[in-house]
Design a protein around this ligand. Structure first.
Ligand code: F0G
Length: 455
């Protein structure tokens, strides 16, 4: 089978094509921060795969039968039955997006000072652990530290380190496995690793949860890469993963291919009762949780579509194709490429830019100037630590750029345009300037900072 999208286009949306001069003006207006660009200024938007997917005709039709009854809406029961069938969990709470489920879960489970241990907490997950009085500890497997290592499951947790944490003096309140590991390069977690984590958690009587935002993509990579799963369906693998845990939080803006939504799913009734009270106080009644009936319907339909093998095969092939083209142009990526995003090794492409001048940010900015591609760095601008004078004292471990791929939105030719733009920049990397921060808020500076090129 050639690489081909298993759907055809029914509705189109024009994309803005700007001149280089217009893009330069837009970047000046945005103070060189991609988060400050307007959609009208972006040709290909690879900032996030969250809430950016294209709905199917079936999802739109499902939305039309959305039941907006305040309590007991038909749409809730369709949503609940779909999530319950997928996960096997009896207690299903809709929430407006993933971070709401995180806030409710950690608020209910974590006691002050307790640890949340993960392969890697996503940033909102980490923030919600901290807001609940806990301490977030990441224990990625050692293979993950080597960006070039093609180990197939670099999303795995370091089992020896996890066992030591559970045996040690710290009070571990929860273990959370992020599938796939977004913060760690979009890498999958193996079933063998999840099984071992579940066993350790059971032995130590510590609750084990999944952050299942990309559960279907993780299942697909297990089927492709892990011995013993080639004959399974994505649904079967996903279910085996959910079976191992005590519950899950999920942002459904990813693998439910919808614009808004999430769930908190639990096995245990006592915890569910506690969480439900917080849900009603902060999100909405238990049968809508901050979502409209039409959202619940579109999410239920999206959860059925996302596990279709033809869809997952094509999506994985699209990312792999982009990775091949980018590597052929001499740009390194985090190996092996996952599905939801391609992570470019900006530090290696731009060795003349020190971490204090943000090579990841420099590459992301250049991709916009050269081709109107919006993406963001995962490097020292975002993850580095600076002193009170704003001087970078601890750079990020890597200088990466994440090209997040929205679901069903861009075609093969769009991705080839992205690859051509990257290749163009990679011809003369020494021309790319470094950047300095002009103004930055104390919190979450990468979203709001103003920077400028160093000429
Ligand atoms: N967990 C993971 C692994 C995520 O990637 C995200 C969001 C969340 C939780 C939070 O979910 O946005 O629905 O509240 N990731 C987006 C991204 C923002 O671009 O990677 P949310």
């Amino acid at each position: 089978m050639p690489l081909m999208e298993p759907y055809r286009v029914k509705v189109v949306e024009p994309i803005p094509i700007l001149t280089r001069a217009e893009r330069e003006a837009a970047m000046v207006r945005a103070a060189y921060n991609p988060f400050s660009l307007r959609a009208d200024e972006v040709t290909i938007d690879l900032l996030s795969d969250s809430g950016t997917g294209a709905l199917s005709a079936a999802q739109q039709a499902a939305g039309m039968r959305g039941d907006e009854t305040y309590a007991g809406a038909r749409s809730f029961f369709r949503f609940r039955d779909t999530v319950s069938e997928l996960t096997g969990y009896p207690h299903i709470m809709p929430v407006h997006q993933g971070r709401a489920a995180e806030r409710i879960l950690f608020g209910a489970v974590l006691k002050p000072g307790q640890l949340s241990v993960s392969n890697t907490h996503f940033d909102t997950t980490r923030a919600n652990v901290i807001l609940s009085g806990g301490v977030a500890v990441d224990l990625p497997c050692p293979e993950a530290a080597d960006l070039d290592n093609a180990y197939p499951f670099k999303g795995d947790i370091d089992l020896a380190a996890l066992a030591a944490k559970l045996d040690g003096p710290d009070d571990v309140g929860i273990v959370v496995m992020t599938i796939t590991n977004n913060g760690g390069g979009g890498q999958p977690v193996s079933m063998a690793n999840l099984t071992a984590v579940a066993k350790l958690c059971r032995e130590h009587q510590v609750p084990f949860f999944l952050d299942a935002a990309r559960f279907a993509e993780n299942a697909w990579l297990v089927i492709q890469r892990e011995p013993g799963y080639a004959d399974h369906t994505p649904q079967q693998v996903a279910r085996l993963a959910f079976d191992l845990a005590d519950g899950a939080v999920a942002s459904l803006k990813k693998d439910a291919i919808a614009h808004m939504g999430g769930f908190l799913a639990l096995r245990e009734e006592g915890l569910a009762k506690h969480c439900e009270a917080i849900l009603i106080a902060t999100e909405g009644f238990r049968t809508y949780g901050g979502l409209a009936g039409r959202d619940l319907e579109m999410l239920a339909e999206g959860l059925r579509e996302v596990v279709e093998p033809d869809y997952l095969r094509a999506r994985a092939a699209a990312t792999a194709h982009l990775a091949e083209l980018v590597k052929a142009a001499g740009v390194s990526v985090v190996e092996p490429p996952g599905i939801h995003a391609l992570y470019l090794n900006a530090g290696r492409l731009l060795p003349h830019i020190p971490p204090s001048e943000f090579p990841g940010h420099a590459l992301a900015t250049e991709l916009y100037l050269a081709g109107g591609i919006r993406c963001a760095e995962l490097g020292s601008l975002y993850l580095g630590e600076e002193d009170e004078n704003g001087v970078l004292v601890k750079p990020a471990p890597y200088e990466l750029v994440r090209l997040a791929i929205p679901r069903r939105v861009y075609t093969q030719s769009h991705l080839e345009y992205v690859a051509e733009t990257i290749a163009e920049v990679a011809k003369n990397p020494e021309r790319v300037p470094g950047y300095r921060v002009v103004e930055a808020p104390a919190l979450l500076r990468h979203f709001n900072c103003r920077v400028e090129p160093i000429r």
